[in-house]
Design a protein around this ligand. Structure first.
Ligand SMILES: [Zn+2]
Length: 383
């Protein structure tokens, strides 16, 4: 047998076929089997919920599709930095007629194939296009788009003069902007040491930006682009994974929206993250924690919901038997429950000597009550 003393070539990004599903969306075949997680029993929680980050109420179950893309992003980070210590960069560069990084931003995939025939490299280019789509940026020009030796920008590809722009620090189109504004040539000269003779090249690139890109409209980097431009010395897969998952908090946002509608309030995103962290710290008892998480996730089955499934079941609240048993009614607004909650507040007031308002944000979502006022000077504050 043949023994290998060198690491297998890009084992973590072996070409995976990006297939198109019935909705004409690209899908990858890797997935975690629900049967494995639930030991072949009936799944109790949606996969999307399980895969949400713990900080917003998920269980951090890895999303293998996104891990695969994150592995590709680590390769792209090597391309971006042209890191000389990267194991495979020399080999891959030799198989491409233009810098590897530049391949990512070409509009036409067939033009990419004409410049490079390494299937692993092509697979990474395809992964980048998929990431752009996941981030909702498929139709937008990336501010990381290169200038020099970029085949879609012909003057930059054929004119070696643009290499001098690299040396003064202008490597990508985003470098020509200050926040959302394209810099004038004078402003560029103030920022970088560009000679007056570069003015013609500036005009070429300005023409390209206004005619062929969407950067004038928006050049705000996506989470993935922000991480890539950090150019950290060691880029780990999990950094990219986090950037990719930050694009899909929609499940958590839907739960937030339901609470906002029910309570007639708006909860800003930093506060929403805190709600989940309070739920984790609510008690040392796991059962109490899980009760609070279940409440936050709105996972309890209410009579109103049962009635939607089966019309023969009464939708009425089990306590008052007069009103519809919706989620918020069963946990808060029911008149019978209000008696319970006022009892709790009264008890807390007596125990801690504090004035606590009967506020669902505090009592249901576990958010510290802003209105807590100390009554007795000698009593200890709970917060
Ligand atoms: Zn009721």
């Amino acid at each position: 047998t043949l023994s290998c003393n060198f690491p297998p070539y890009r084992a973590d990004v072996h070409p995976v076929k990006f297939k198109f599903n019935e909705k004409n969306k690209i899908c990858i075949e890797y997935k975690v089997s629900p049967a494995f997680i639930w030991s072949k029993r009936k799944p109790r929680l949606k996969m999307a919920k399980l895969q949400m980050p713990g900080s917003i109420g998920g269980l951090d179950v890895p999303n293998l599709k996104l891990y695969q893309l994150a592995a590709h992003l680590r390769v792209m980070a090597d391309w971006f930095k042209s890191d000389p210590v990267s194991t495979w960069l020399d080999l891959e560069s030799a198989q491409s007629k233009c810098p590897l990084w530049n391949l990512l931003f070409m509009k036409n995939i067939d033009s990419v194939r004409a410049l490079c025939d390494n299937p692993v490299t092509l697979s990474t280019v395809k992964a980048w296009r998929l990431i752009r789509a996941l981030e909702g940026h498929a139709q937008l020009t990336s501010p990381l788009t290169p200038i020099s030796k970029f085949p879609d920008f012909l003057p930059g590809f054929s004119d070696l003069g643009f290499e001098s722009w690299l040396h003064v620090g202008i490597t990508k189109l985003g470098d020509l902007f200050h926040s959302q504004t394209l810099l004038s040539f004078q402003q560029l000269q103030q920022r970088y040491t560009l000679k007056n003779s570069e003015f013609f090249r500036y005009l070429q690139i300005r023409h390209f930006i206004t005619k062929n890109t969407t950067l004038i409209k928006t050049n705000t980097p996506s989470p993935v682009e922000s991480v890539l431009s950090l150019q950290l010395p060691k880029m780990r897969i999990n950094v990219f994974y986090k950037a990719l998952t930050s694009n899909s908090p929609s499940t958590s946002q839907a739960i937030k929206l339901s609470w906002e509608e029910d309570l007639g309030i708006t909860i800003d995103n930093p506060d929403w993250v805190k709600v989940w962290s309070y739920a984790g710290d609510i008690s040392v008892c796991n059962r109490t924690k899980s009760t609070q998480l279940k409440l936050l996730h709105r996972a309890y089955i209410t009579p109103a919901l049962k009635n939607e499934w089966d019309a023969t079941v009464s939708p009425l609240c089990l306590k008052c038997a007069t009103e519809r048993g919706t989620y918020i009614h069963c946990f808060w607004s029911c008149t019978e429950l209000q008696k319970y909650w006022s009892g709790i507040v009264k008890e807390l007031r007596a125990m801690f000597g504090l004035s606590i308002e009967q506020d669902p944000l505090c009592l249901l979502l576990g958010f510290p009550d802003n209105h807590i006022v100390k009554i007795d000077k000698d009593a200890h504050l709970v917060q």
